[in-house]
Design a protein around this ligand. Structure first.
Ligand code: DCP
Ligand code: MG
Length: 383
């Protein structure tokens, strides 16, 4: 029998800002792009719970957040503070918390900057696991002044859904015999992997809760959703075998930037891309990797069509200059008919490195790239 816990920090970036400047506590705080009096571009990264009362959410366009904040202010509610965010600081705080948490578990998995899974199966029972997680929450609060929400369950799926069940500062424990009763009344949206599009598709077919989903047989789900239908069929039953393991550790480091104005100025775009590539390479090194094999770029055009292209080297690439060279090569076709026959302006670019290598991994050379590979991603934004 497994006992798995999932921890997720509450309003992470905003909470770190409140911790750094206690005068922000309890105030509506939004971290994200500059709203520029309602003319800004880009999105909300996160916001404090006070800002969520105004309807502001992660990934919302910053202009919409700004309008909601203005509306609240006009109603006489507290003014919202918009901050750009200090990602280096968030990464430092995250690393300290992860180090604290990792010590307490049989196995540990860093799932994102503010979430981790812990395998506590060597503890005698769920009660002992609950006591251990309570102590861990207290320790994080004492050391960092931050709260998190936690879930405990028989697998990662249930632990994750449980940690999201009560936020902020929650702790939800779901034992084997309560899994189905816990899941059944919840919206299908709680299941990881069901995004807004899949949810809308299923709702249109009368499937709104996990209980509804459980009544659909797997052949039907596979017919609708392809292979993923099988997995979904299992998830609706709270079944998940995936192990808690750091072999799944972050497999990429990347950044994106939305430009102030859509542009096809090659010099400008390539300069931004080079700066981004150096920064990404630095972060990859700071994360303890010495090189990468795959470099990926993303381009979002003014009409929101988004394309990714990558180059995978046969051996590990070790220098920032070699990354910059690859990034330039990948962007070049976006300025002519190869990738941009209509001459569309570019709204956003991204640079990412994947297939990261530690010094202890296979030997490395600095050259030799294979041909660019189209990832074929081409979609409108999901939000
Ligand atoms: N984040 C981001 N862009 C998003 C979502 C999240 O930059 N679209 C960043 C900011 C968050 C952090 O990742 O602080 C963690 O993401 P969560 O989804 O866990 O969100 P929060 O921790 O902010 O809030 P919650 O209390 O709901 O967990
Ligand atoms: Mg969080």
């Amino acid at each position: 029998m497994r006992i798995i816990a999932h921890l997720d920090m509450d309003a992470f970036y905003a909470a770190v800002e409140e911790q750094r400047d206690p005068s922000l506590r309890g105030r509506p705080v939004v971290i994200g792009a500059d709203p520029k009096d309602g003319k800004g571009r880009g999105v909300v990264a996160t916001c404090s719970y006070a800002a969520r009362k105004y309807g502001i959410r992660s990934a919302m366009p910053i202009t919409r957040a700004w309008r909601l904040a203005e509306a609240a202010r006009r109603r006489g509610e507290p003014a919202t503070l918009f901050l750009r965010g200090d990602h280096a600081l968030y990464r430092q705080v995250s690393a300290r918390i992860m180090a604290l948490v990792a010590l307490q578990a049989d196995a540990f998995e860093e799932a994102s900057i503010d979430e981790a899974y812990l395998d506590l199966s060597s503890l005698p029972d769920f009660e002992a696991a609950e006591a251990s997680i309570r102590a861990m929450k207290a320790l994080i609060r004492e050391r960092e002044g931050l709260t998190c929400s936690a879930g405990i369950g028989p697998n990662k799926l249930i632990a994750k859904i449980a940690s999201d069940f009560r936020k902020p500062d929650g702790l939800t424990v779901i034992t084997h015999d309560h899994v189905q009763a816990f899941l059944d009344p919840l919206s299908i949206r709680v299941i990881p992997g069901i995004g807004p599009k899949t949810a809308a598709f299923l709702r249109a077919r009368g499937i709104a809760t996990v209980a509804d989903l459980r009544l659909v047989d797997s052949t039907q789900l596979v017919e609708w959703l392809g292979k993923w239908g099988h997995d979904l069929h299992a998830r609706a039953r709270g079944i998940s075998e995936s192990p808690v393991s750091n072999d799944w550790e972050r497999k990429s480091v990347g950044e994106q930037e939305t430009f102030e104005q859509d542009t096809l100025d090659r010099t400008f775009v390539l300069e931004r891309a080079r700066v981004m590539a150096s920064h990404v390479f630095e972060r990859m090194r700071a994360d303890g990797f010495h090189g990468f094999r795959t470099a990926t770029i993303t381009v979002r055009f003014e009409n929101f069509v988004t394309l990714s292209r990558s180059l995978t080297a046969r051996s590990v690439v070790l220098t920032p200059d070699a990354l910059i060279e690859r990034v330039e090569q990948l962007f070049a076709p976006f300025f002519d008919e190869r990738e941009n026959p209509r001459g569309r302006r570019i709204r956003l670019i991204g640079v990412r490195v994947e297939k990261l290598a530690r010094a202890s991994d296979a030997p490395a050379i600095t050259s030799s790239a294979s041909a660019p590979r189209a990832d074929g991603e081409s979609s409108p934004p999901t939000s």
